[in-house]
Design a protein around this ligand. Structure first.
Ligand code: GLN
Length: 198
């Protein structure tokens, strides 16, 4: 059985665990370094990237997660998780930040790009390799730039703010700025699971 780790320090981890279970995948609760052993993939959920980043440091998970990425184990970062994956992070209000991050993807994100909690929205968008999905944006980051081997695989057209990257892929690392666990969008999970080498 495929075993997918879900980083369970803060945020939406329970929802991911539930969906994985429904899909017949074994979710593994990741709180400490030892929990990473033997997983086939890792999900970094949405929540608050500054909080998750601090907890990652406190629990000394930074290097083991980087090593996991280096070994080709697929990683999916959702919303705050996508912020943590980015090499460069700009906060919509305070500008470039030095908040703790994993920096595994060649991309720049703007945190809270679409505004505050009240500016949350749902839309439909097309993700390359995934298809059409329902997407919930909650204080979501926008992916504004990719370079190196990272590339944009989805865009969102915001009525007022314009067009931004909503998902990016770099080898076996996937960043998405919306929440598939909220809309139970299994297509996104199937895409992620298909990245696992059999
Ligand atoms: N705004 C949050 C952050 O930058 C992300 C919000 C979310 O994960 N829904 O950490």
């Amino acid at each position: 059985m495929v075993r997918i780790g879900v980083l369970s320090l803060q945020g939406d981890f329970l929802e991911h665990i539930e969906i994985l279970r429904e899909m017949g995948v074994e979710p593994v609760v990741i709180k400490n370094v030892a929990d990473l052993k033997g997983i086939d993939g890792l999900i970094i959920p949405g929540g608050e990237s500054t909080t998750i980043g601090s907890l990652v440091m406190m629990r000394r998970l930074e290097r083991p997660i980087k090593e996991l990425a280096d070994s080709g184990t697929p990683i999916m970062g959702v919303c705050a998780g996508a912020v943590l994956l980015a090499k460069k992070v700009i906060d919509r209000v305070v500008g470039e930040t030095s908040q703790v991050r994993l920096g595994l993807m060649d991309m720049t994100v703007i945190r809270n790009a679409f505004g505050r909690q009240v500016n949350s929205f749902m839309t439909e968008l097309e993700v390359e390799g995934v298809g059409r999905v329902r997407a919930a944006f909650i204080r979501a980051p926008a992916i504004v730039e990719t370079w190196g081997s990272a590339r944009m695989i989805a865009y969102v057209n915001h009525l007022r703010l314009g067009r931004f990257g909503a998902a990016a892929l770099q080898d076996s690392i996937l960043a998405i700025s919306f929440h598939p666990e909220i809309t139970s969008e299994r297509k996104v999970y199937n895409f992620f699971l298909s990245m696992i080498k059999k």
